[in-house]
Design a protein around this ligand. Structure first.
Ligand code: ADP
Length: 291
């Protein structure tokens, strides 16, 4: 199974003509409420790829938390590992999007910041991101015998302590720039990615948007091209990539086999609006790869 330790948020999205300047009020037509949080998004992606998926996270004890649990359960995700924290707010992202698709986002961590470590995971795949505390993830990663995937998003200080306990690190170019700043005109991505390796057997995967992804180990590298699409909105593409990758590794596929399929899933995710709602099914990914 895929065991996901991560954030559960409600995304409140307002569409505006243009984003407000400091001190300014801008009127929006309407708001949309969507399930979100990198943990929850990746869980939906893994479940739709066909993995038995368990979400480990925390929500508040109000309607928002119940709504999120129901949304995840509706995708067939095991929600028994979601703690309901009394008196806490469910994580909430307030998102403003302008007519060009540019956005401003405020995230209230709420219950996510109070998630406690879960029991070690000794089968299948453990997958986490950094919207929950590093101190919560550290004992879980250090003690688990599952295949451990860490998506180091968002880039946070102190995350490096986790890296030695990870089998596959997944990060985008922006996050790579935070952990390993490009050194002058040296944009050798493979070298920068390799500098994150702590031991033999580890892999680092850098996602490159429309340029696909680059995977490295100490003695090996692979560039996986993106599947050409005309994106509607790329929100959630990275989450889709991680969730799909976890599902495929859980099936026993090797990284070389899993990456092209994760890349195809992420390309499909860019064709729909929002994150969780646009995660593709396994059948849609198979059609794209065969077609
Ligand atoms: P993030 O969502 O974290 O910014 P990326 O933009 O690197 O991450 O996207 C993650 C993955 O989604 C990429 O590795 C690629 O497989 C896929 N993807 C993203 N943008 C596109 C695009 N424009 N066309 C095709 N695939 C894309």
């Amino acid at each position: 199974a895929v065991h996901i330790v991560g954030s559960i948020n409600i995304d409140i999205i307002a569409s505006l003509e243009r984003l407000p300047l400091p001190g300014e009020t801008v009127m929006a037509g309407a708001t949309a409420k969507l399930p979100g949080g990198k943990g929850a998004n990746q869980a939906v992606a893994a479940a739709r790829m066909g993995a038995q998926t368990r979400m480990i996270g925390a929500v508040g004890d109000g309607d928002a938390g119940r709504w999120m649990r129901d949304r995840l359960a509706a995708d067939g995700i095991d929600v028994s590992g979601i703690e309901v924290l009394e008196g806490q707010e469910t994580g909430t992202a307030y998102i403003a999007v302008d007519a060009e698709g540019e956005n401003q986002i405020i995230v209230v961590s709420g219950a996510n910041a109070r998630l406690r470590p879960c029991a070690p995971v000794d089968e299948g795949v453990l997958l986490a991101q950094l919207e929950v505390p590093v101190a919560t993830l550290l004992p879980v990663f250090a003690q688990s015998k599952a295949i451990r995937i860490l998506n180091t998003a968002p880039a946070v200080a102190g995350a490096r302590a986790l890296f030695e306990h990870v089998d596959v690190l997944v990060l985008n170019e922006h996050e790579l720039g935070v952990y390993v700043p490009a050194d002058g005109d040296d944009d050798d991505l493979a070298r920068r990615a390799r500098s994150l390796l702590c031991r033999d057997g580890q892999a680092v995967v850098i996602t490159l948007g429309a340029n696909g992804a680059l995977a490295v180990r100490s003695d090996w590298h692979l560039h996986v091209p993106a599947v050409p699409v005309i994106p509607v909105d790329t929100i959630g593409a990275g989450d889709c990539f991680c969730g799909a990758l976890a599902a495929l590794l859980d099936e026993g596929r090797c990284l070389e086999e899993a990456l092209p399929c994760a890349s195809a899933a992420a390309a499909l995710c860019t064709l729909g609006q929002g994150a969780a709602p646009s995660m593709p099914t396994r059948a849609a990914v198979a059609d794209l790869l065969l077609g």
